[in-house]
Design a protein around this ligand. Structure first.
Ligand SMILES: Cc1cc2nc3c(=O)[nH]c(=O)nc-3n(C[C@H](O)[C@H](O)[C@H](O)COP(=O)(O)OP(=O)(O)OC[C@H]3O[C@@H](n4cnc5c(N)ncnc54)[C@H](O)[C@@H]3O)c2cc1C
Length: 494
């Protein structure tokens, strides 16, 4: 079959690789002049690349770890200690492990203990996500852990992901995050390990592209799809002109650049609104109102990310959650407190993170103006901070940065297979109940490819994780408790 994959992010590339392996010819259309979508990298000088948006992996991210193994480069993934803090009451409070929770001054001691116990119970005993789908995290947390825990810890954490919509987020989203952490034990419970690929995400993106091209497919960057239409018993994809990314995201604004190309199948990995805008009227009516209304019912927040190159460190932490409601940003991620600055010629890189609704005034500012707005807030992290420390700046906005997971979200998720046979959609809105991430983009790409090939989506657990769990179970039976608590998944570093 000839298959068009629209979107050269992790999901599209993973699906194209799998379909190419199965003997099909895939063309990947990508709007941006580089691969990776939300995980795309930029050249920050000195031969180094860095993600436009801060990125790391968790040790529970087994699907992407397995992809690195399949591509013959498991050593690319490095696991490092992370240092997390809360900015509250004018200072950074360490917040990496249980001891930090006990010392967390902004929360009364009784609340700290109560919160610790409830998190433990939730991780150990609450197995059914459906219990948490009909209630907001705010309501659940206030009821079980108290108002102080919401105001000082969970509210700011959710604001760091969902901005001003934090109060409406369904508890199932938080449940899933906490459950993923329940396998963390021993040393890691005290100091969480996070993953980062040596040389950035770019090595993975290039390896995926090579595997598609080696199988006879094409990976076309700065070559968006401008239109998808029905064409006989298949589809026609009209490519847009180079440079279309400068016109925004609506493919309706892109100048068609060549004759439409015929495909037997199409997999779109673009956001819901872009997918809708790609379809010609016949496809729109083929898809039908029910599916279209699902696409429209999910709201995104824009990720606004200012990357600063500094001539010195800003703080001692990798990740700082901002719990000061008057600050105009929600997180500070100091990449070079995670990956050593020596990798970047001694330079320091800091992301200032925000999630905002479309139309928010901060989204219209350029990098200099935004830095001016952020400067007083950055001084709360380091009193001495000044714009004179800044050696370089990059500003990126991702309109589909974060789907807003409110109560009843499951019912609104569009299916991978649209009502039109041969036309599929796979994007971050379908990652549920987990948070969107590159690991789940890999899982989704694999699922979409499998569904296209066999008519059935595969189970969500990767093979090595299954084998690992099986091994763990066998060893649990054979060995005393103290030994198996120290076991680690296979792809972890020594
Ligand atoms: C601020 C931020 C921080 C993040 N941090 C992490 C992290 O720490 N760890 C982690 O694992 N994940 C993180 N993520 C999430 C992760 O990057 C995404 O979940 C993942 O990359 C999504 O992959 P995707 O392929 O599904 O979608 P996308 O990456 O959105 O890919 C869709 C692609 O479609 C392209 N496209 C759009 N329109 C067209 C068109 N008309 N024609 C052709 N192509 C088109 C886009 O340019 C894009 O490349 C973060 C995301 C953001 C925004």
């Amino acid at each position: 079959m000839r298959i068009a994959i629209i979107g050269g992010g992790i999901c599209g590339l993973t699906a194209a690789r799998r379909l190419s392996e199965a003997g099909h010819v895939c063309d990947v259309y990508e709007r941006w002049p580089g691969l990776g979508g939300q995980a795309a990298t930029i050249d920050v000088g000195g031969g180094a690349r860095l993600e436009r948006y801060y990125h790391h992996l968790f040790t529970s991210d087994r699907h992407i770890a397995e992809l690195y193994e399949q591509l013959g480069m498991p050593d690319q993934l490095e696991w490092r200690d992370s240092r997390v803090a809360f900015l509250a009451r004018g200072r950074q409070w360490p917040f990496t492990g249980p001891i930090d929770l006990l010392r967390f001054g902004p929360l009364p001691l009784r609340s700290r203990l109560r919160m610790g116990v409830v998190v433990l119970l939730l991780q150990r005993l609450a197995n059914d996500p459906r219990r948490f789908e009909r209630i907001t995290a705010r309501k659940w947390i206030q009821r079980r852990m108290g108002r102080a825990a919401w105001n000082s810890v969970w509210g700011p954490l959710l604001r760091g992901k969902f901005g001003e919509r934090a109060d409406e987020i369904a508890m199932v989203w938080l449940w899933s995050k906490l459950r993923l952490r329940r396998s963390i034990r021993g040393d890691e419970a005290r100091k969480e390990k996070l993953g980062y690929p040596r040389g950035s995400w770019e090595t993975l993106l290039q390896a995926l592209a090579r595997s598609i091209q080696d199988a006879g497919g094409r990976v076309l960057i700065d070559r968006p799809a401008a239109r998808v239409s029905l064409d006989g018993d298949g589809f026609a994809v009209t490519p847009g002109a180079a440079g279309s990314f400068r016109l925004g995201h609506d493919p309706g604004d892109f100048e068609p650049d060549a004759e439409p190309e015929h495909y037997d199948r199409v997999l779109a990995t673009v956001p819901n609104d872009v997918f809708r805008q790609l379809l010609d009227p016949a496809l729109v009516s083929g898809i039908g109102d029910e599916y279209l209304s699902k696409l429209e019912s999910i709201e995104y927040f824009t990720a606004l990310c200012l990357l600063l190159e500094l001539d010195r460190p800003l703080s001692n932490f990798y990740w700082t959650n901002v719990a000061e409601p008057d600050l105009p940003f929600v997180g500070v991620i100091e990449h070079t407190n995670f990956v050593e600055p020596e990798r970047y010629g001694g330079r320091h890189f800091v992301y200032v993170a925000n999630y905002l609704p479309a139309g928010h005034e901060l989204l219209s500012l350029d990098a200099e103006e935004l830095l001016r707005r952020y400067e007083p807030g950055l001084r709360r992290i380091n009193l001495a901070f000044s714009a004179a420390w800044v050696r370089g700046m990059w500003l990126h906005r991702e309109p589909a940065g974060q789907p807003i997971v409110t109560v009843g979200y499951r019912q609104r998720i569009p299916q991978l297979q649209t009502p039109v046979a041969g036309l599929m959609l796979a994007n971050t809105t379908q990652v549920y109940p987990e948070d969107r991430g590159t690991n789940y983009a890999v899982r989704l790409g694999e699922q979409a490819a499998e569904l296209m090939l066999t008519g059935q989506a595969p189970p969500t657990k990767p093979a090595s994780a299954r084998k690992w769990r099986l091994r763990l179970r066998v060893r649990r039976r054979k060995e005393p408790r103290r030994r198996w608590l120290k076991l680690r998944p296979p792809a972890r570093p020594a």
